[in-house]
Design a protein around this ligand. Structure first.
Ligand code: NAP
Length: 275
């Protein structure tokens, strides 16, 4: 059966919108995208549209190139602005930019996608922290379908700082038993066949097919692979669709929930900082 990300996204977005309607001041989100990738530009514009639709104040810096000092200046002005509560920078930045500097220039109280070390550290310490939007979205999908059971065996394929590692912590907090696999994992299938839930964040197509997972498995696919004929996830959806118990489609799975979580995190920043 399909885990419907669009439906969850709509629910979260409507909840955010109704909360915003009761506020005197608008929550504000600043988005920075520097680069030439067309699909990232489209994604940035989609965030802008969605943020406006829930009544947010939105400021953007969308440029093909920008030097590091100018990016840091923009972040500093958003850090100081009373109208901005959340700041998201789209990574990767162009190669000549020091990403670490940019990540940590964002005031941690406005770091709604948990780019910097303060939120990252607090997440792993079990403290209050902004949780990065994609792993939070993957966790929310499991919650919405009551699939977030304690003790479940989860295999995460991919160990990036932005998805795999924070997802580990999100599911660990739920008392699931989590294994992380990666490009050096020997015999990936041995791990995935034994899993109740398989989560992928790899960026390669067909990494998992019906031979790799059990029939009761739940598959959460964060992969985005853009090809000439469309967008695909990491897993072989066609072979898995009627094999596993639950699966997220791509598009229409993790992606739309991630955008909605960004709005939710920005509202959380608003409550924390305006209170
Ligand atoms: P990344 O930083 O490139 O990390 C990819 C991970 O996959 C690495 O840990 C790598 O292992 C592992 N890997 C590569 N080949 C493998 C293989 N053959 N078997 C097992 N593991 C393998 O990527 P990312 O930033 O996490 O993004 C992953 C995917 O998620 C991309 O398609 C991206 O577009 C998508 N994404 C989606 C969203 C969303 O909202 N839906 C958000 C962010 C990213 P090593 O560590 O050993 O190299």
């Amino acid at each position: 059966m399909i885990l419907d990300g669009r439906k969850i996204s709509k629910k979260i977005t409507e909840e955010v919108k109704s909360k915003v309607e009761s506020l005197d001041k608008k929550p504000g989100l600043a988005l920075i995208y520097i680069g030439k990738d067309e699909s990232s530009k489209v994604y940035s514009k989609m965030i802008v549209k969605k943020a406006k639709s829930v009544g947010f104040n939105i400021e953007t810096v969308i440029e093909e190139t920008m030097d590091q000092e100018s990016i840091l200046d923009k972040i500093e002005s958003f850090n100081k602005s009373d109208l901005i509560h959340g700041i998201i920078v789209q990574f990767p930045l162009p190669k000549d930019i020091d990403e670490e500097k940019v990540r940590n220039a964002i005031d941690y109280r406005k770091d709604v996608d948990s780019a910097g070390v303060i939120n990252t550290g607090n997440l792993y310490l079990g403290n209050d922290a902004f949780i990065p939007c994609t792993p939070k979205a993957m966790t929310r999908i499991l919650e919405e379908y009551n699939l977030d059971n304690e003790g479940s065996k989860v295999v995460i394929v991919g160990r990036s700082n932005v998805v795999g590692k924070p997802l580990y912590e999100c599911l660990n907090r739920k008392n699931m038993t989590v294994t992380i696999c990666h490009s050096r994992t020997k015999n990936l299938r041995e791990h995935t066949l034994d899993a109740d839930i398989v989560c992928t964040a790899v960026g390669k197509r067909n990494i998992i097919s019906s031979d790799d997972v059990s029939r009761n498995c739940v598959v959460i696919d964060a992969g985005i692979n853009v090809e000439a004929d469309g967008m695909y996830g990491d897993v072989d959806y066609v072979s898995l669709e009627n094999h596993v118990s639950w699966i997220t489609p791509v598009p229409g799975g993790v992606g739309p929930v991630t955008t909605a979580i960004l709005l939710e995190n920005t509202l959380e920043a608003y409550y924390k900082n305006e209170a």
